[in-house]
Design a protein around this ligand. Structure first.
Ligand SMILES: C[S@@+](CC[C@H](N)C(=O)[O-])C[C@H]1O[C@@H](n2cnc3c(N)ncnc32)[C@H](O)[C@@H]1O
Length: 197
């Protein structure tokens, strides 16, 4: 997380890093804040209003997640200057109950966030473009499309990148084109015949 956060702040004005504190990473998340202490703009909390019941006895249900806001600036102020100007209108707690398993995409990807979630941050904190290094099911791309922003996205897994391209194609009614000019439908067929979908 440290490596890609460093890369992300080199290439974007601000990084919004959404992550949940769990038993396995709670200490690493404290270390993360220390490592980036000179680049920390602010911390927001995503209040999910409801935490999935913890499986372990005597463990609190996790009903919120971190959103670390970083910039490459040294000792930045708390102002976030990448989107439309605002004053006194955006709280540092963002409240949205995710649909969890009820989300239509939940069957295709185990960790989707709601489109409204991505839309909120893109609308408030960007003007032109957004970069998401962990595309998943492509939620950020759909939100960017809705808000008329460009979206640059990476996804490691071929199966998920297929879901992203299908989802974008369905949403826009357009056919994605690969950088060498190959249309999505033929790339998709190629992928299926190689059994990689
Ligand atoms: C938590 S999911 C993102 C879900 C996304 N926010 C959504 O709503 O669909 C993280 C994704 O990052 C991908 N990923 C993990 N390591 C990666 C890497 N090094 N480069 C690109 N994608 C990566 C995983 O395959 C996974 O689909």
């Amino acid at each position: 997380m440290v490596d890609w956060s460093n890369l992300a702040i080199q290439h974007s004005k601000y990084l919004f890093n959404n992550i949940q504190s769990l038993a396995g990473n709670k200490v690493a998340l404290i270390d993360y804040q220390h490592i980036f202490k000179n680049h920390l703009v602010d911390i927001m909390v995503w209040d999910k209003e409801h935490g999935a019941p913890a499986l372990e006895p005597n463990v609190l249900n996790s009903a919120w997640e971190y959103i670390f806001i970083l910039s490459k600036e040294n000792l930045p102020k708390r102002s976030i200057k990448s989107g439309p100007d605002f004053r006194g209108t955006i709280p540092n707690i963002y409240r949205l109950n995710p649909r969890g398993k009820k989300d239509a995409l939940a069957k295709d990807h185990g960790a989707v966030f709601p489109v409204e979630f991505a839309e909120y941050f893109i609308e408030k904190f960007t003007k032109n473009s957004v970069l998401d290094l962990f595309g998943g099911s492509g939620t950020t791309m759909i939100a960017a499309e809705k808000l008329n922003r460009s979206c640059f996205m990476m996804e490691l897994d071929t199966h998920y990148s297929t879901i992203i391209l299908d989802r974008w194609s369905q949403f826009t009614g357009k056919d994605p084109v690969r950088s060498d000019g190959a249309p999505w439908q033929s790339v998709r067929k190629e992928r299926i015949s190689k059994n990689s979908v």
